[in-house]
Design a protein around this ligand. Sequence first.
Ligand code: ZN
Length: 425
Amino acid sequence: MPDDSTATAPAASEGASAAAATALERADALAACTEDPARLTRRFATPALAQAGDLVLGWMRDAGMTAGRDAIGNVAGRWEPPGLPAGAPTLMFGSHLDTVRDAGRYDGMLGVLVALAVVESMRERSGPPFALEVLGFADEEGVRYGTAYLGSSVVAGTFDRSALDRRDADGIAMADALAAFGGDPAALETARRDPADLLGYVEVHIEQGPVLEAEDLPVGVVTGIAGQTRAEVVFTGAAAHAGTVPMALRRDALAGAAEWIGAVEARGRAVDGLVATVGEATVAPGASNVIPGRVALSLDVRHFDDALRDASVADLRARAEEVAGARGLHAAWTEVQATGAVTCSPGLARALETAVEDTGVRVVRLPSGAGHDAAVMARICDVAMLFVRCAGGVSHNPAEAVTAADVAVAIDVVRGLVDTLARAR
Ligand SMILES: [Zn+2]
């Protein structure tokens, strides 16, 4: 391999550098759309999400796109090159506009902004023989209702309507929140896309890990996305006075939950490639002088092998019952979500690799341990993902950072991908 092919600081095109600066300014503007002035939190169907979506819709329309919201509240913009024949397929780009609590400003938004920059750059050139769409999904993180990928699952037609009855921490049902947001719970089918119309779905996302930084590369091509199971596990015992009930007569839900959490960690450590996490615990009644009567825990299990993940989840479920049985507790298990592992489409990933090579960047392929909308979109079309280096691999944190130079490379790569796909048709 010639020396220059390993150069790690390729110059992005002039146009991409200017577009990257604009994309970062837009990320700042979106970060100001928050439920909490002190930090960035933007959950599904909140006024903050509406405000962010309005900004994106404005940029889309300025770029000459036809833009609006669908029934679940996703923002969608479509651009057809002049003279595009009827029945031409659509290449979709997207990511999400919702955030976790106290979030960074690039997780999700970067994918929408890079795609928007690419469409803007297309207007000065002859267009590809397909339409371009940019989707800003209304919910990927699942913070408000504990179920992720709402936006993309409606587009892919995999949405489970029973989720509409779920209630947030304030007791507001999803169906009511969606209606108040301007969506239409009764018309979700209208947002579903026909696979026959789609050339593919491409998502640009910050890496959320340390590999690209370690390799000193601005971008990398994703090979696949780990499968994920989320469950809610509730241990119920008996709340009682901490001073009067002897240890032997207690049914302490938190002590049982703690034992089980230890088993979750042990399982994660024992299986190569498995990650298992209890990230939330709600203890009731929650007083220092009361034996806990009820503990609700979240469980998140991920692996690239679905069978291994399923086996681990089944074992952890059995273990919860075992722990509860030995302690006179009751364990209730609710599976919140299960998403199979996804392999990015070889053809689309190869086109993306060609586009990376064309910018002078060494191609590195890497798997994604984090879930992404692309995993859901894979149900209806080919998918590919491009990761962008982020400082320290940090995400879900206000310290999340990317550089304009790396974003410019991502813009050049995606523009190159469109050209590569156009040539192939
Ligand atoms: Zn994300």
